[in-house]
Ligand binder design. Structure first.
Ligand code: ADQ
Length: 394
């Protein structure tokens, strides 16, 4: 790729309400993933490996920890350009399209021919050069990356139908009754000149919420724009809900992991954080799990992802679970099919989740879970309840 032909703009400012208990103090793209990473590392690493030098990140909601994490962005910069942080100036970004429109100056400064627009909250590995190649070959005004999703999930996505040539014929954002399962991945490449024109026209519309999926794409189709698809084949997950975040973690472990964060020539990059060695006691057992640095394990850990600084006490078992950094799990605790937030404390003797439960239990960041009746007041997550929206707190 000619290095300055394409610039990337990452959307990282959404509130991420469906991940609620993990986004009380940080934006969704800053949520920890895979023991050693944050969600935004995946899109930024893809930019690095795709040779994109100009990268802007539009931040807004609870952006401080995201800003600290990205810093100057050197770890993703092969060519010393770093990453530009683009919070709103005065006011706010009212929608995804508005965020890009308010940063047209970033594009004017770099003057790329094409603009890659990405969500910062997806887990995948993608070479954007292939998508750019297709976009150039078809001469489209815009190209949208697509993948089939499970029919029961289709209502969470922008869903489209295409003609034989892969051109989009219909598009509905989050349809109640989807007519296809071909989903938008929220990854777009626009000709820069066309992007500017369509965003300025969207900004003048009083009935618009200034969102790509809800407003801009339907308006483009209404005006007869040439919108092409790029069929992505490979692992991709939108981790916008607690369940999908837990499932994406389970995809990292097991006999045949569906996805790996470390792959030759394409390992996910993240800024170095202070991390010591982990201690695994002779009485402990760890199997089919990912263990980050500075953990202390006295109990049993199976098919789980354990982040830095976590302590698992004597006699405790952790199964098919995810533990975010610095959580402390006491003695004789049983945790199964669960996600434990950053800095949470699970006191001795607590049971969270069960092998037979078909739901994911959640303990939010910094929450303290005590054995029922032992101390009061305490927070106890009822086994079997789907936490986050359905969490039972007594
Ligand atoms: P959603 O994932 O529902 O659908 P949304 O969560 O609104 O879209 O945002 C996508 C990205 O933009 C996220 O990374 C979010 O943080 C960021 N964002 C949201 N509002 C923002 C704002 N005001 N300022 C800056 N950043 C903001 C989208 C598409 C669907 C598609 C799915 C695929 O709309 O068509 O199917 O992504 O996941």
């Amino acid at each position: 790729m000619n290095y300055d032909e394409c610039a990337a703009m990452l959307l990282a400012g959404g509130e991420g309400r469906r991940l609620g208990v993990f986004t009380r103090s940080k934006a969704k793209p800053a949520v920890h993933f895979g023991g050693a990473f944050r969600i935004i590392d995946f899109a930024l690493s893809n930019c690095t490996y795709s040779g994109i030098r100009q990268v802007g990140v539009m931040t807004q909601y609870k952006a401080a920890s995201l800003h600290r994490h990205i810093g100057a962005g050197r770890v993703w910069s092969e060519h010393g350009n770093g990453v530009d942080l683009l919070p709103p100036g005065e006011g706010a970004y009212t929608g995804t399209a508005d965020a890009v429109r308010q940063n047209l100056a970033f594009l004017d400064r770099h003057r790329p021919d094409h603009v890659l627009i990405l969500s910062a909250d997806h887990i995948y590995r993608m070479d954007y050069r292939k998508m750019l190649e297709r976009h150039r070959q078809t001469g489209a005004d815009a190209t949208i990356a697509v993948t089939p999703v499970a029919w029961e999930e289709a209502h969470r996505f922008g869903i489209m139908c295409t003609g034989e040539d892969g051109q989009v014929t219909t598009f509905v954002e989050k349809p109640a009754r989807p007519s296809s399962n071909l989903a938008s991945m929220g990854i777009y490449i626009f000709k820069r000149s066309y992007l500017k024109q369509i965003l300025e026209s969207d900004a003048r519309r009083l009935d618009s919420s200034h969102d790509f999926g809800k407003d801009v794409i339907p308006a483009m189709l209404g005006q007869g724009a040439k919108l092409q698809t790029y069929a992505y084949e490979g692992y991709w997950r939108d981790v916008g809900t607690v369940e999908s975040l837990w499932e994406a973690h389970m995809d990292l472990i097991g006999d045949k992991p569906k996805f790996s964060c470390a792959s030759r020539g394409w390992s996910v990059r993240t800024p170095a954080s202070p991390s010591g060695s982990s201690y695994v006691d002779p009485a402990a057992s760890v199997s089919r799990s990912l263990l980050a640095g500075s953990c202390t394990i006295y109990g049993t850990v199976e098919q789980s992802v354990v982040s830095a600084g976590v302590i698992v006490g004597q006699g405790s078992t952790l199964r098919r679970s995810v533990v975010m950094p610095n959580a402390r799990i006491g003695r004789n605790v049983s945790i199964c099919n669960a996600m434990i937030g950053e800095g949470a404390v699970i006191e001795d003797g607590v049971t969270i989740g069960s092998v037979s439960a078909r739901t994911v239990e959640v303990v939010g960041d910094a929450e303290v879970v005590r054995k029922q009746g032992a101390f009061q007041p305490g927070i106890y997550i009822t086994p079997g309840a789907f936490a986050m929206e359905g969490v039972s707190v007594r």
